[in-house]
Design a protein around this ligand. Sequence first.
Ligand SMILES: C[S@@+](CC[C@H](N)C(=O)[O-])C[C@H]1O[C@@H](n2cnc3c(N)ncnc32)[C@H](O)[C@@H]1O
Length: 345
Amino acid sequence: MRASREPSGPITLLRAWAAGLLSPAVIRTVVAGAVASVPALYRWLSRGTGGTCSARYCYAVWMRHFVRAVRAGFIRRTPSALAELGPGDSLGIGLAALLSGSERYIALDAVGYASLSRNLEVFDELVQLVSRRAPIPDEREFPRLKPNLDSYAFPSDVLSAGRLERSLAPERLAHLRRALASVVDGGGATGEIRYIAPWDRWKADPSQPVDMVLSQAVLEHADDLEAVYSAQASWLSPGGIVSHQIDFDCHGTAAAWNGHWAYSDITWTLLRGWRPYFINREPYSTHRACLVRQGLEIVEESLQRDDDGVDRALLASRFRQLSEADFTTRGVFLIARKKSPGSAP
Ligand SMILES: C[S@@+](CC[C@H](N)C(=O)[O-])C[C@H]1O[C@@H](n2cnc3c(N)ncnc32)[C@H](O)[C@@H]1O
């Protein structure tokens, strides 16, 4: 159901606009954007980026992307090389992949948020979770986390005892722990783990492509989407996949989930303030078009729909032409595959 329809006279629209701007959520957003001019203060006030300071969250995210790709037949085992965009507070999602058997993990962020102590804690907890083949945390523990799975049982058929014996061998764990310490502390790289922020400094080695690129709640923030998708296509081996959960909602900047499309560009610039990144406000069709242009074929798509948003009459002029599908798409989980040379266009 759509929010109640308001009469659309200019005064009514002006009042709705002013009321929206004076809401506590918007005032908080403007203040946070203003203090972002002092990065240390902003980092302290924004209290991290999301969920990756929790090992269970990282485990849940990695396992959901992995299991979805395996069950749909797009990969048969743990990808040997994984790149992740926007890991946030820790590298836990990629560490869970390493513990499941990946050999290389490249963490690529716009801002270097991850701290060594947090990473080591998350690593140790992840070792416990994978070693005891813990069930994947489900909707009861993370009600808003997507994508969902049909079964949250540990995927013992793909992560077999033999495979885990190798990936969790004590000498490998000790090596990964040391590698993590040197990477996060010194901003450097080891054979297994790289952490690069800002990521566009990274010069990928074409002779060492990755099999999978993953992101969780990141691509709605990227300012230059075409460049981000083009980079992903260049990192992947032919047949390799991207697996992304993208959330198109207003991230607390408005009362209605899609209220961010009601702000003019000037208002939006004011709301962003000095933040290093914000929400790009691009609807799903923009992502789809970028994927297609970059030779990435969408092979799985789960849309999260919500038609209980703002009235269309309140949309800013730039968004008034949004298709009904974009207007009601609140999130998507997608997998796309890099076409092999010679495959049909
Ligand atoms: C909401 S946090 C999500 C963090 C983590 N993936 C999670 O699930 O909690 C958004 C992350 O995206 C990163 N980010 C923003 N713009 C980006 C870009 N253009 N490229 C890569 N990462 C970006 C931010 O630095 C931050 O780490």
